[in-house]
Design a protein around this ligand. Structure first.
Ligand code: ACO
Ligand code: ZN
Length: 173
């Protein structure tokens, strides 16, 4: 069956422990920063509401095609002189074949609201300086600003753009 002859839709839902195999394989297929199972389990245990998966439902069966996960940190504000809780975007990815369908944008919007509900008032992330798709996603649609470059942040020596936002995006569904 092809997508053309079936009804299909994309949606975002909370991750369960049973999804972690799919999440790990999406991570390994899309990003060089990979983690052991306990790392995902730890985030799922601490911040379950902001650990989301993006799914394709085609002809009644579900396929997990993306994920987003966050953790909460306390530190100096990126926007003023105060201590704030920050939502740190740990990792976000969508399988290549399912990109440009708005799945990452949907996960990012829901994820920001969910980590806000845990107390985060700012949102921060690092992204490879060469990663134009992700940089555009964060800056065009979600108000992330580039705050600094972190030299050689990644194991292969690439620099990171450190980005921050302090506004919630609209929640569209
Ligand atoms: N080129 C330019 N802009 C892009 C691109 C692209 N290839 N892809 C997304 N964007 C921007 C556009 O503004 C886009 O809006 P538009 O389609 O209306 O123009 C917007 O992002 C939203 O795009 P989505 O369809 O929601 O994004 P998608 O589901 O394709 O996922 C993602 C984007 C997650 C960056 C995907 O390309 C991916 O998985 N890449 C590999 C993994 C990765 O780089 N993850 C982020 C690492 S940084 C971190 O995790 C903190
Ligand atoms: Zn980080």
């Amino acid at each position: 069956m092809t997508l053309e002859d079936s009804d299909f839709s994309f949606y975002v839902r909370a991750t369960t422990h049973d999804d972690l195999g799919s999440v790990m394989s999406i991570n390994e297929a899309t990003l060089p920063e990979n983690y052991p199972l306990f790392f995902y389990e730890d985030i799922l245990e601490k911040y379950p509401n902001s650990f989301l998966v993006g799914c394709l439902n085609a002809g009644g069966s579900e396929k997990v095609v993306g994920y987003i996960m966050w953790r909460l940190e306390r530190g100096i504000s990126e926007f003023g002189v105060k201590i704030v809780k920050k939502g740190h975007l740990v990792s976000l990815a969508v399988l290549d074949a399912y990109r440009r369908n708005g799945i990452a944008a949907q996960m990012l919007a829901k994820g920001m609201h969910a980590i806000y509900a845990y107390g985060a008032r700012e949102f921060v992330l690092e992204v490879r300086v060469s990663n134009v798709p992700a940089y555009n996603l964060y800056s065009n649609k979600f108000g992330f600003e580039k705050k600094k470059v972190i030299p050689q942040y990644y194991r292969d020596g690439e620099d990171a753009n450190f980005m921050a936002a302090n506004r919630l995006p609209p929640l569209v569904d």
